[in-house]
Unconditional design. Structure first.
Length: 284
């Protein structure tokens, strides 16, 4: 009997395929098609609208780089806003920082949170029960345009710019981010695999740079996000936050007491060294 297969449909003319041992859960929610399945190598895998979102095996790389880079670069963050991230991985890593006093998480699809608690419990590792958390089921763009709260670090852990995630790559969304980011605050967002999604890098930079004194990218290779290094958008009105020496980052990292599996202070600093083709996209 042939194995059941799941083929990702993100890139035109090129797919990656996963063996499906068994489907754990599948539903079409109000916003998107959600499937969670078991794979013999990657463990539990979640896909939305035909695109792999996260796997048990390599999620720590993405979540550590999305979280510890902005928080440790800031150095004094007390309030963090997470937009998206329904699987709970970003929340788990933010919650490990004991100096964070308040965490707000805005997820458009409550079903994603519910199902990930059940089928991907190690992603959140109990962080949804953290008393510092305010979980809001709402549209991220509506939230940043209307909230009266302000934040030191904002992390946008959205899907690719399609379906419900599309608005989280637009100028109105970035303007909303700007209005609720504290002075010296940092905004980061997943921005696709630059080699495969060059237009996303170019468009994001074009939209962020008029709003922030320092708009840039950093990057990391995440195995299931195929096609090269994944870029993370970075924006702040304080250019020094991106240029912290490794000694400062190391001191903050050691003071946090956090034990990471991928992130290191040296990787933090080195991740801002971009390939020439990404630099060229920014110039374009």
């Amino acid at each position: 009997m042939s194995a059941m297969l799941f083929s990702e449909t993100l890139h035109r003319g090129w797919w990656q395929t996963f063996e499906v041992e068994r489907i754990l859960f599948e539903v079409r929610t109000e916003h998107q098609h959600l499937v969670i399945f078991k794979n013999p190598f990657w463990g539990t895998v979640m896909a939305l609208d035909g695109v792999i979102q996260t796997t048990e095996r390599d999620e720590f790389i993405y979540h550590e780089m999305m979280t510890h880079v902005p928080i440790l670069a800031h150095g004094e963050a007390k309030k963090v806003l997470i937009i998206g991230g329904g699987d709970g991985g970003i929340l788990r890593e933010v919650a490990r920082h004991k100096r964070i006093e308040a965490i707000t998480m805005v997820e458009i699809d409550g079903k994603v949170v519910e199902m990930c608690k059940q089928y991907l419990p190690n992603h959140s590792a109990g962080a949804f029960d953290d008393p510092r958390l305010n979980l809001v089921i709402d549209d991220g763009i509506r939230f940043v345009q209307s909230t009266r709260e302000t934040f030191d670090v904002i992390i946008s852990d959205s899907t690719d710019p399609m379906g419900p995630g599309e608005v989280l790559f637009t100028s109105p969304f970035y303007k909303g981010i700007k209005r609720c980011l504290n002075p010296g605050g940092i905004f980061v967002a997943q921005n696709g695999v630059a080699f495969m999604q060059a237009d996303e890098v170019e468009t994001t930079y074009k939209r962020l740079s008029p709003l922030f004194a320092d708009a840039a990218f950093y990057h990391s290779a995440v195995p299931t996000y195929v096609g090269g290094s994944m870029t993370f958008a970075w924006a702040s009105d304080d250019p020094t936050k991106r240029q912290q020496p490794v000694e400062v980052i190391r001191e903050r990292y050691e003071a946090s007491g956090i034990d990471t599996r991928y992130y290191t202070p040296e990787l933090h600093v080195g991740s801002f060294a971009l390939p020439k083709y990404v630099q060229d996209l920014m110039k374009a």
